[in-house]
Design a protein around this ligand. Structure first.
Ligand code: S3P
Length: 460
């Protein structure tokens, strides 16, 4: 595990990183009401994309509010290894001087993405359109995740891949000298697949098209436009989209203000809902409708989440959210909502455990290929804490009884969101909830523990 310590401004290679491989167990127990105002860290998806597009642009990109979590720092390191100049100019403030579309240099060492599927897969797309070869690697979790879904379209565009069984990491990707534009229908609703194809399509002459049956998060499209690309996204019918990118644009450096991450906000939000008497305010939370399925679902369950100060930057809306403890009831979550809340089912399952009645979450097959098998891991987290839960095919069914016995120890499986969800559960359970290892929280939310303590959570 690498952590960025308060580091002086300067070239990214000068930043101070400390290393620890020791598991970090923690226990969470019920506390008094959670109160206060916080800003959770910058959005992870937007942070990765700002670094990558900054590296592919000509001129300087200034990023404020960057998530300085391990996943994003690995993307920053890879952009530097590919020839961009990446500098940290202050707290969460970074500049990137890019090399231009197709201009990546041959990296001297393997690119290590640690725990991050997003960083790895998006950079594969960006490299696929450059005449260089790069080795992609990651930790044990990332090495077990499927990459064929990305490699298949990139090979159609002219990249060549040498990989192990099932296209797993570590693998070598040889980018195309003359990348081909393609029309690609994504086999699953995945912003990572869509983004990899679009980033490769930047270097191809002509028009690259991605068709998705269910709309996935559109940050790549919005940010490509912000950097000067000619890209259109047309809704086709009730669900699904056709995204068209004209290749070989001159991307120009841009300013990116990263809003707070709704997927990180999900943890203090659910904690505030389940701890009696809580009243928590979260500022600048991104409210892009393709990311807010959790908020919709929680409101259907009876949650009090008030939005104010609604505004937007580079097409990404954000708002201040006030969350007050609420009596929740079980609901059915339709499968088509999954892409807009794919990272939030773990913490939704925690909310569902404290609700009255049954919550049925349908169509969760993609959860099986995240940082861990989140479908089984979520069920295990609930079960070990006395909640009745069933995995039925790709559905998760949670029997809410208004309270959670707790008392269990949750296995994290190298998955930050399991660790944070379990700690949130302990905030209101009858007995404390223990987590075997909190170290992976640093991948997406390095200040989670102190921030939750500042609201009144009892973690020890
Ligand atoms: C992400 C897309 C999602 C999500 C991940 C971030 C992104 O993955 O789970 O945490 O930034 O594009 P898929 O698009 O593969 O579902």
């Amino acid at each position: 595990m690498w952590y960025l310590r308060a580091s002086p401004p300067g070239l990214f290679k000068d930043t101070i990183l400390t290393h620890s491989d020791q598991p970090r167990p923690l226990q969470s127990r019920a506390s008094g009401p959670l109160t206060g105002k916080v800003r959770v860290p910058g959005d992870k998806s937007i942070s990765h994309r700002a670094l990558i597009l900054g590296a592919l642009a000509v001129g300087e990109t200034r990023i404020s509010g960057l998530l300085e979590g391990e996943d994003v720092l690995n993307t920053a390191k890879s952009m530097q290894a590919l020839g961009a100049r990446v500098q940290r100019t202050g707290d969460f403030a970074w500049t990137v001087n890019g090399v231009g579309v197709g201009g990546f240099a041959q990296p001297k060492a393997p690119l290590d993405f640690g725990n991050s599927g997003t960083g790895c897969r998006l950079v594969m797309g960006a490299v696929a359109g450059c005449p260089i070869s790069a080795v992609f690697d990651g930790d044990a979790s990332l090495r077990s995740r499927p990459m064929r879904r990305i490699l298949d379209p990139l090979e159609k565009m002219g990249a060549r891949v040498t990989a192990g069984e099932g296209g797993r990491l570590p693998l070598t990707l040889q980018g195309a000298r003359d990348p081909l534009p393609i029309t690609y229908q994504t086999p699953v609703a995945s912003a990572q697949i869509k983004s990899a194809v679009l980033l490769a399509g930047l270097a191809a002459p002509g028009t690259t098209t991605v068709v998705e049956t269910e709309a996935s998060r559109d940050h790549t499209e919005l940010m490509l436009r912000h950097f000067g690309a000619d890209i259109t996204s047309v809704q086709e019918g009730r669900h699904g989209r056709r995204i068209t990118l004209v290749g070989q644009p001159e991307l120009h450096g841009a300013n990116v203000a990263v809003p707070a991450d709704p997927s990180s906000a999900a943890f203090p939000i659910v904690a505030a809902l389940i701890v009696e008497g809580s009243d928590v305010v979260l500022s600048d939370v991104m409210t892009n409708p393709l990311r807010t399925g959790l908020f919709t679902t929680l409101r259907e369950m009876g949650a009090s989440i008030e939005e104010s100060e609604v505004r937007g930057d580079a097409g990404e809306p954000m708002a201040r959210l006030r969350v007050r403890a609420s009596k929740l009831r079980g609901v059915e979550v339709p499968p088509e909502r999954a892409p807009s809340m794919i990272d939030e089912y773990l913490v939704l399952a925690v909310a569902a455990s404290f609700a009255e009645g049954t919550t049925i979450m349908r169509g969760l097959q993609e959860l099986r290929v995240k940082e861990s098998d989140r479908l089984e891991a979520t069920a295990a987290m609930l079960r070990v804490n006395g909640v009745t839960v069933e995995v039925s095919g790709d559905d998760l069914i949670v029997e809410g009884r208004g309270h959670v016995p707790g008392g269990g120890t949750v296995a994290t499986h190298m998955d930050h969101r399991i660790a944070m969800s379990a700690l949130v559960m302990g905030c209101a359970s009858d007995q404390p909830v223990s987590v075997d290892d909190t170290a992976f929280i640093a991948t997406s939310f390095p200040d989670f523990i102190p921030m939750m303590r500042s609201l009144g959570a009892d973690f020890s």
